[in-house]
Design a protein around this ligand. Structure first.
Ligand SMILES: [Zn+2]
Length: 434
C-alpha cells in the first residue's frame, strides 16, 4: 500500500542510492577550476541537500495515512528529479572542456551578462537530442518545494543546448542570443511587462472582448475556456518575439541573417506549437532593426537578401484563423511595446550601428585578405567581428538565400572569426597594472 512501511523502505533506499551515485561521481565531487559551472554544481548539491532534508523530516509513527501518502509522493518526485540530475554530470564536464568554439563561448557569455545579469552561470553543452534550447534552474522544483529548506546557491545556472554538429558554425551562434532571451525574460519578468501594457490599452481589451464573444458564438465553447486559451497563446508569442527583439538589441543584423536561415526551412506563415508564424517574426524583426538604425547597413551589405526578407515580412498579414489573426494584428499594432521592453533591458549595452559599422567593415576587410580580424589598432569589439564575419560571408558566398546557407559550410572563415573573437576578448579583458 502506498505510504506503508515497505513503500517507505523502498523509497528511502532508492533516494539514498541516487544521492550516493551522484556524490560518487568525480564530475560532481571535484570542485571546478574557475567560476564557470560553479552555480550549476551548487544547484545540484542544493537538490541533494533538499532531498536529505525531506528524508529527515518524514512522518512519525502515528502519522495519518494522508500525511504518509503525501510523503511517499514527495519522495517519488525527489527520486525522479535526482535521476534527472545525472544529466548535469556531462554538463559540468562540458564547463571544464568546452566543445563549442571558444570565440563563440566568450561572446555568448557577454550576451548572457547583458541579457540576464552579472550573476549568471552559463553552461553551454552540445546535446544530440536537443535543438537549440535553454533551461534555467533545472532542479528547482524539488528545492523550492521543500518547506524549511534554504538553498545555498543564488547565482542563476543557465544551461544552453546546441546540436554538436553546429559546434564550429560560429556564424550560426547568434541564435544563442535568442536562447538567452528566454532566461532574460524569465529573470526580469518581461512577458508580464508587455502583457500589462496591452491590458492597459482599451483598444486591446475591446478587441479581445470582441474576439472572445465571436468565438463563443462560433464554437459553443465557454467564455473562460476561450479567453484562457487565447491568453496562453498570447503569452507564448510575446515571449518568442521578445527573445528575437533582445537578440537584435545585442547582435543586430548578425542575428537576423542566421535567424532567417534557421527558422524559414521549418515553417513559413503557419502557426507553430509555441511559435508565432515566421512571417510575423521576420516582419517584427525587420521593423525593430529599422528602428534601431540598421536598415542602411543591411541594404548596403545584402540588398538582395533584404528584398527577399521584405517579401516574407509582407506575407505576415495573410489569411489566418480568427484567433491567430487577432494575436497577429494586436502584436503588429503594439510592436513598439515589444521594442521598448527589449531596449529597456539592454540599455547602453545595445549594439550601436554608428560605432559598429566601421568596425565591421574593418573586420570584413581583414577577412577578405585572410588576416585574423582582431583589429589593426585597438582590439575590435567581439560583436563587430561577428558582424564583419557575416559581411564577408555574404560577399563571398552570394547575396541570396542559398549564400547564407553556404556561408555556414565555410570553415576557414568561421575559424578566423572565432579565433579573432577569442583574442579580442582576452586582449580587452587584460589590463596592465599601473
Ligand atoms: Zn525561443
Amino acid at each position: 500500500m502506498v505510504g506503508d512501511a515497505l513503500d517507505f523502505q523502498l523509497l528511502l533506499a532508492s533516494a539514498r542510492h541516487e544521492i550516493a551515485t551522484l556524490l560518487d561521481d568525480p564530475r560532481l565531487s571535484t570542485g571546478l577550476p574557475g567560476k564557470r559551472g560553479g552555480a550549476l554544481r551548487d544547484h545540484v548539491l542544493d537538490l541533494i541537500a533538499a532531498v536529505e532534508h525531506r528524508m529527515a523530516h518524514g512522518p512519525g509513527g502515528g502519522a495519518s495515512q494522508r500525511a504518509r501518502s503525501a510523503f511517499a509522493r514527495s519522495m517519488r518526485q525527489s527520486i525522479g528529479v535526482l535521476q534527472g540530475a545525472h544529466a548535469a554530470l556531462p554538463w559540468l564536464e562540458a564547463t571544464r572542456r568546452p566543445s563549442v568554439n571558444l570565440g563563440s563561448l566568450y561572446v555568448t557569455e557577454e550576451w548572457a551578462r547583458i541579457l540576464v545579469g552579472t550573476d549568471v552561470d552559463l553552461v553551454v553543452v552540445p546535446d544530440p537530442e536537443f535543438m537549440y534550447a535553454t533551461t534555467s534552474w533545472p532542479f528547482s522544483a524539488v528545492i523550492n518545494e521543500t518547506p524549511g529548506f534554504t538553498a545555498r546557491n543564488t547565482r542563476r545556472p543557465v544551461v544552453l543546448n546546441y546540436p554538436l554538429s553546429d559546434a564550429d558554425r560560429v556564424l550560426l551562434h547568434p541564435i544563442f542570443a535568442h536562447e538567452l532571451g528566454h532566461a532574460s525574460v524569465d529573470e526580469h519578468h518581461l512577458v508580464d511587462a508587455v502583457a500589462t501594457e496591452l491590458d492597459n490599452d482599451p483598444a486591446f481589451t475591446t478587441a479581445l472582448e470582441d474576439t472572445v464573444n465571436a468565438m463563443v458564438a462560433g464554437t459553443g465553447l465557454a467564455q473562460t475556456q476561450i479567453s484562457g486559451m487565447l491568453r496562453g497563446l498570447l503569452l507564448d508569442w510575446i515571449e518568442e518575439l521578445l527573445c528575437d527583439h533582445l537578440a537584435i538589441e545585442i547582435a543586430g543584423p548578425a542575428f537576423m541573417w542566421p535567424f532567417a536561415l534557421f527558422v524559414l526551412p521549418h515553417g513559413y506563415g503557419e502557426v507553430g506549437r509555441e511559435h508565432p508564424p515566421n512571417t510575423l517574426r521576420v516582419r517584427l524583426a525587420l521593423e525593430h532593426l529599422a528602428r534601431r538604425g540598421w536598415r542602411p547597413y543591411m541594404d548596403r551589405i545584402a540588398p538582395e537578401i533584404m528584398v527577399w526578407l521584405d517579401g516574407i515580412a509582407g506575407d505576415a498579414t495573410g489569411a489566418l484563423d480568427r484567433l491567430f489573426a487577432f494575436l497577429r494584428d494586436q502584436l503588429l499594432a503594439h510592436a513598439n511595446v515589444l521594442q521598448d521592453t527589449a531596449s529597456r533591458r539592454t540599455g547602453a549595452d545595445a549594439l550601436d550601428p554608428a560605432a559598429m559599422e566601421p568596425a565591421a567593415d574593418e573586420a570584413a576587410g581583414l577577412l577578405e585578405r585572410l588576416i585574423l580580424p582582431v583589429g589593426l589598432g585597438n582590439p575590435l569589439d567581439s560583436r563587430a567581428i561577428l558582424l564583419g564575419g557575416w559581411q564577408r560571408a555574404i560577399a563571398e558566398h552570394g547575396d541570396h538565400p542559398a549564400g547564407l546557407v553556404e556561408a555556414l559550410t565555410d570553415r576557414r572563415l568561421q575559424e578566423l572569426v572565432g579565433k579573432a573573437i577569442e583574442l579580442s576578448t582576452v586582449a580587452s579583458a587584460w589590463k596592465p597594472a599601473k
